[in-house]
Write a protein that binds this ligand. Structure first.
Ligand SMILES: CC[C@H](C(=O)O)C(=O)SCCNC(=O)CCNC(=O)[C@H](O)C(C)(C)COP(=O)(O)OP(=O)(O)OC[C@H]1O[C@@H](n2cnc3c(N)ncnc32)[C@H](O)[C@@H]1OP(=O)(O)O
Ligand code: CO
Length: 134
């Protein structure tokens, strides 16, 4: 079911500083900040030859990553995103298997304009998983 690794997300306390570090210190190609109000984050994408790094910062009062940064003020790896061909079939399979799909269970359009779902970190060895339809 899961396919390619689409991105690894890092929550950061200062998005500009993190983007500059990836651009200037690590010499990577970095996007401009993209506000994603539906998801409560602003994101920057770091383009790599074989995948992407998503730098995340809270946006708005209800950001789902606010607690994460409170617990880890210097930031940290927040989630990994795998690609799936059929996100509804994936959701059915995961639910049958007893995995918790977060939110109302309906896919939302993510930063790449594709539907995404999130799976509870406690069901996958302390790792928040995002699924993005290819
Ligand atoms: C623009 C879209 C973009 C894209 O790629 O397209 C994105 O990726 S948007 C990314 C931001 N959105 C989300 O993360 C949505 C899914 N996340 C959530 O619903 C919450 O973050 C949730 C439920 C995973 C955690 O919420 P919160 O931290 O407020 O809850 P708790 O403090 O009660 O945490 C419960 C439990 O889980 C542990 N936890 C929390 N976050 C993570 C994490 N990222 N990785 C691993 N573990 C995590 C937390 O420590 C608690 O554990 P406990 O042992 O009970 O203390
Ligand atoms: Co993501």
């Amino acid at each position: 079911m899961i396919g390619r690794l689409n991105h690894v997300a890092i929550a950061v306390p200062d998005l500009e500083a993190a983007a500059a570090s990836y651009r200037d210190t690590l010499g990577a190609v970095v996007s401009e900040p993209l506000a994603q109000p539906d998801h409560g984050v602003t994101v920057v994408f770091v383009e790599l030859p074989n995948t992407k790094i998503e730098l995340l910062h809270p946006l708005g009062e209800e950001s789902p990553i606010a607690n994460f940064l409170q617990k880890s003020p210097s930031g940290g790896i927040h989630h990994i995103c795998y690609e799936v061909d059929d996100i509804h079939a994936a959701r059915e399979h995961l639910t049958e298997q007893g995995a918790r799909v977060l939110g109302d269970g309906e896919p939302k359009i993510g930063a790449h304009g594709k539907p995404v779902l999130f799976l509870h970190p406690k069901d996958f060895f302390g790792t928040l998983i995002e699924l993005e339809r290819v």
